[in-house]
Design a protein around this ligand. Structure first.
Ligand code: 3EB
Length: 330
């Protein structure tokens, strides 16, 4: 192989990032549009229909009617179901999702292990084997105290299920508690046939290096992931964590401000221009329903024109009131 020819070639063929947007439309008509890789509804109920590309995320939205989230690629999409796993692929991109009832898999920790082991085995035999971004939604995430908290068990099980698959580095991720059926666990991912680049936040201790006080197994995620063509940043769940500590307990405005400062620090760390824009959708997870109107006002002031989706979700540290994840296109 000729050294030096390789890099430019890879760059020129780098996969254009999927376009993520929020849309008001009929599920069937969006699924019929060419290039629809995945479509997400947000409601506590089960997924209607049997298209493997459609996933009903078990978080209630604060917008009525609730928009859908659409992932679109510039290529034909194929899809399928294999046991508990559903997937779709096109243009070098792969969506895969698994939904488990914890009671059928030996509890929360064992279910997290099964979810990750199943996803890892599936992705590992695909061309799209680089897992760039993962979303985790589980019930009663803050139930139990200290090491017995459900989120801590989730972190243990996740690390077990990941095995050595992420030895070179973790994907970007979100882990949020839903208010639906307690034993319902949903994990879904975006993978590519080319690797991304992990991004950390200089204001925060990397999650996998959190000290022991946050649990037996530090959380397995990167703060963000630059996608292969460097045309988008996939941003992990971001909250008012500074260093490794939660900041501004019980102060919603201060947590929101700190979270936006963390998001800006991530953009800078990724080498992207400052600020969010009208093409870069964000999800806002709000712990208390009563806070939603205030959160919306705050974001309208500070992130004017940015597409935001407000969802009712519990952040994995009980003192945190709000968390934001999403996308930033270059
Ligand atoms: C934090 O900064 C907040 O366990 O996958 C954010 C994103 C958080 C992902 C995860 C947890 C996770 O530690 C919590």
């Amino acid at each position: 192989m000729v050294q030096g020819c390789e890099t430019p070639q890879i760059d020129s063929l780098a996969r254009r990032a999927p376009r993520v947007s929020y849309r008001m439309a009929e599920v069937a008509s969006i699924l019929d549009e060419p290039g629809t890789l995945a479509l997400f509804g947000f409601a506590a109920g089960a997924s209607p229909g049997d298209d493997p590309r459609y996933l009903q995320v078990a978080l209630e939205g604060f917008d009525t009617p609730a928009p859908f989230e659409l992932w679109r690629v510039d290529a034909p999409v194929s899809c399928g179901i294999e046991g508990t796993l559903r997937w779709s692929a096109g243009g070098g991109w792969l969506f895969a999702a698994i939904e488990l009832d914890e009671r059928e898999h030996g509890g929360l920790e064992a279910s997290a292990t099964v979810a990750y082991a199943t996803l890892r085995q599936f992705v590992g035999q695909r061309a799209e084997k680089h897992v760039l971004r993962v979303w985790n939604y589980l019930g009663a995430i803050n139930q139990g105290s200290g090491d017995a908290e459900r989120y801590k068990h989730f972190c243990d099980g996740r690390a077990q299920g990941m095995g050595a698959f992420f030895a070179e580095g973790f994907p970007a991720a979100t882990a949020i508690g839903h208010r639906g059926a307690e034993h319902r666990m949903q994990v879904y991912l975006l993978a590519c046939d080319q690797p991304g680049s992990r991004v950390e936040n200089p204001r925060q201790v990397s999650a996998w290096r959190y000290p022991r006080q946050y649990g037996r197994t530090p959380p397995s995620f990167a703060r963000a992931m630059t996608l292969p063509a460097q045309d988008a940043l996939a941003i992990s769940g971001t909250a008012a964590v500074v260093g490794h500590a939660s900041a501004h307990e019980d102060d919603l405005d201060a947590q929101l401000g700190e979270t936006l400062t963390n998001l800006e620090a991530l953009l800078a760390s990724a080498g992207m221009a400052a600020a969010f824009d009208t093409h870069s959708p964000l999800k806002i997870y709000v712990r208390h329903s009563a806070d939603a109107p205030h959160v919306r006002d705050f974001l309208q002031n500070r992130l004017s024109g940015v597409p935001v989706l407000l969802l009712h979700g519990d952040i994995c540290r009980s003192e945190l009131l709000v968390e934001i994840d999403g996308w930033r296109y270059a």
